[in-house]
Design a protein around this ligand. Structure first.
Ligand code: DX5
Ligand code: ZN
Length: 235
């Protein structure tokens, strides 16, 4: 695929939480052939968030049924306990929440997960003040900005998350490693343009993608919003 100056290559990352689990294999193959770039695996432990989703076994099934790389979004109280399971099944990224780890242990947790041979993401809730990002921005591969409070698919996009996205973009741009920025929660065709303009590279989409009749058309329309993004780079 060719990109033009001013066009940014937006990655659409389907959250399988919103997929039909009765035919999960078909669901991951369908989003792959529709142009998705990264599977998003929402892992919930019923403790860090008030919901339980699925674990390594279902995640592994999803991965084996397509060729997409995956991000394991760990919404769990003990990310260091569970990260090896998701590295073992072949996740490319493992993301854990800033709130799940005491501030003084954040750098060590990042190093421990990186040592598993995966890319490391750190997620920030909408009420997070983002003050810890500057200290780690050059040690991570992904900044995961939550635009809903984690726990459930199908929630409405929160403006406080968009404010965090603006802060994260500025902190990322001031650093050297320049990790990717993903936005997660309530992303749909109405909100996607704003998050792309604010610096997002990866748009996680659950309900809005899986409820749309036509995955390819929805992904095409989201990616088209990356065209002529202010400050967009040639990809
Ligand atoms: C929320 C999850 C999200 C969510 C996305 O706890 O982290 O990934 O499933 O779903 P939508 O796009 O429906 O908000
Ligand atoms: Zn998620």
């Amino acid at each position: 695929m060719e990109y033009h100056v001013g066009m940014k290559n937006i990655i659409v990352s389907p959250s399988i939480l919103a997929a039909n689990f009765g035919r999960l294999g078909d669901e991951v193959r369908a989003v792959e052939s529709a142009g998705a770039g990264l599977l998003h695996l929402d892992i919930m432990d019923g403790h860090f968030v008030p919901n339980i989703s699925f674990g390594p076994k279902v995640s592994s099934f999803a991965l084996k049924n397509c060729n997409l790389p995956a991000d394991a979004h760990l919404m769990v109280s003990e990310p260091l306990k569970w990260a090896p399971e998701f590295a073992k099944i072949g996740c490319e990224f493992i993301s854990f929440h800033d709130e799940a780890v005491p501030r003084r242990e954040l750098s060590r947790a990042i190093a421990e997960i990186a040592a598993l041979g995966v890319k490391v993401g750190v997620a920030f809730n909408p009420d997070n003040d983002m003050s810890s990002l500057s200290g780690i921005v050059d040690d991570i591969d992904l900044i995961l900005i939550m635009t809903v409070f984690p726990g459930f698919a199908g929630q409405s996009f929160l403006e406080s998350g968009l404010n965090n996205l603006h802060k994260a973009s500025a902190i990322r741009d001031a650093g050297t490693r320049k990790p990717l920025i993903a936005v997660d929660g309530g992303v749909n065709l109405d909100t996607a343009g704003r998050v792309i303009s604010a610096g997002a590279d990866i748009l996680v989409m659950g309900s809005a993608l899986y409820a749309s009749g036509d995955y390819a058309e929805t992904i095409r329309r989201v990616k088209a919003l990356g065209a002529c993004r202010p400050g967009g780079k040639t990809s």
